[in-house]
Design a protein around this ligand. Structure first.
Ligand code: SF4
Length: 393
């Protein structure tokens, strides 16, 4: 298939950064390997592979002080009304299961003026929603605090919605909670990875909060923005996790009622503390991990369906992102709480519409367009042309 299509295969990311040449040695059909700092050089890497018929490893480390953030070309966002903006990279935490501190280095934040300029540039091609991204985004320090950065992004003319991901619970500051209280353009969704509901497991993970701290912060967030959607990450079967530890995680999920969770079975990452100490702390058998994950997923299904079903019969605001994936004759968009909606309607990409919800599943809502609240900032014919020429997720 690779030969038929003339395709190249590359492996990128944190583990690629760490494993380097070993990946090429193990997998003969991989053409190139690149680390996160090499993303901006991807066109050169592909060019070298094609022209010189060589396999390439590009994992040079860029010191935090010398790192230059890739600047997105707004034209590449034409036809999209939502876009990601990188605001920081790296991580100063030391979670024992994670390779990021070894592969992405210390935290470095992008100056806030650069971020605001990029957000403003994106509005000129019709972007109305930005998601600020970084490994540990709420420890941002690029000349203003993270809360101030969010508030400033919300003031950029043309921007209707601001989101961010992903966060560490210990950086959920009072100032950030207050931003949710005062800024309606800051969307009511917070991804707050808890990883485990058991203190001994959190300690081995080197996560420096207790469940009581976590719940207290979460309670204040929910008080500041009632109804805010909360999602999380969970690792099941971390070394030494007992049945009792897992029950605490399950109970936490039942109590919090997360909108969604990204739960995975633990697998060791090279040269991490947890990987090295797995045997000492206690390997959890694979079938036990899988059973625990299934229990957690079953609970999440029920909770997600309950949360989504509450919308049936209500009207919600949706930012139109394009044709529906399941039926191209329908439209697709998201609510402020980041819930997917497929609906009957004809509003163009970038329109903000009111949708009456008639159906719900655990992962999506269905309905019909009632009214267009606001049209996209670009002239509609131009955006329609872009819409026709692009593939929308
Ligand atoms: S905070 Fe996130 S990125 Fe940083 S070490 Fe922990 S898991 Fe990895």
């Amino acid at each position: 298939m690779k030969l038929q299509r003339g395709a190249l295969i590359g492996v990128g990311g944190c583990v690629a950064q760490q494993e380097k040449q070993k990946i090429l040695d193990k997998v003969p059909y991989v053409d190139f390997v690149f680390g996160p700092d090499a993303i901006g050089r991807l066109p050169d890497i592909v060019g070298r592979v094609e022209q010189d018929q060589v396999r390439v490893v590009e994992t040079a480390w860029v010191d935090s002080e010398d790192y230059v953030f890739p600047r997105a070309d707004p034209k590449s966002s034409l036809g999209r009304c939502t876009e990601f903006v990188t605001v920081m990279k790296g991580c100063d935490n030391v979670c024992s299961f994670c390779v990021v501190p070894h592969t992405r280095g210390r935290e470095v934040s992008r100056p806030f003026t650069e971020v605001l300029n990029e957000v403003a540039a994106l509005t000129t091609v019709g972007v109305r929603e930005v998601t600020l991204v970084g490994q540990n985004v709420n420890s941002y320090l690029g000349g203003v605090s993270f809360a101030q950065l969010l508030l400033r992004c919300a003031q950029v003319p043309g921007i209707e919605r601001v989101r961010f991901t992903t966060s560490h619970p210990h950086d959920l500051s009072d100032e950030l909670i207050d931003a949710f209280r005062v800024e309606p353009k800051l969307m009511p969704h917070f991804h707050l990875p808890v990883q485990s509901g058991s203190l001994p497991v959190l300690k081995r993970m080197k996560r420096d909060y207790t469940i009581e701290d976590y719940l207290e912060r979460l309670g204040r967030l929910r008080e500041a923005r009632p109804g805010i959607a909360v999602t999380t990450d969970i690792i099941v079967g971390f070394p030494g996790e007992t049945e009792e530890d897992f029950e605490k995680t399950w109970e936490l999920c039942r109590q919090v009622e997360y909108d969604g969770q990204f739960a995975f079975v633990y697998s060791p990452r090279p040269r991490t503390v947890a990987g090295i100490k797995e045997a000492e702390w206690g390997v959890v058998p694979h079938e036990v991990k899988v059973k625990r994950l299934e229990r957690l997923n079953a609970l999440q299904k029920q909770v997600s369906l309950k949360v989504m079903s509450q919308h049936v019969g209500q009207s919600v605001e949706v930012l139109v992102e394009g044709p529906s994936r399941t039926n191209p004759d329908r439209r697709f968009g998201r609510t402020p709480h980041n819930r997917v909606v497929n609906f009957d309607g004809d509003a163009p990409i970038g329109a903000m519409v009111t949708v009456h919800i008639e159906a719900a599943s655990q992962s999506a809502l269905g309905g019909r367009q009632l009214a267009v609240r606001s049209l996209p900032t670009l002239p509609i014919p131009e955006l329609r042309a872009a819409e026709e020429s692009c593939v929308v997720a």
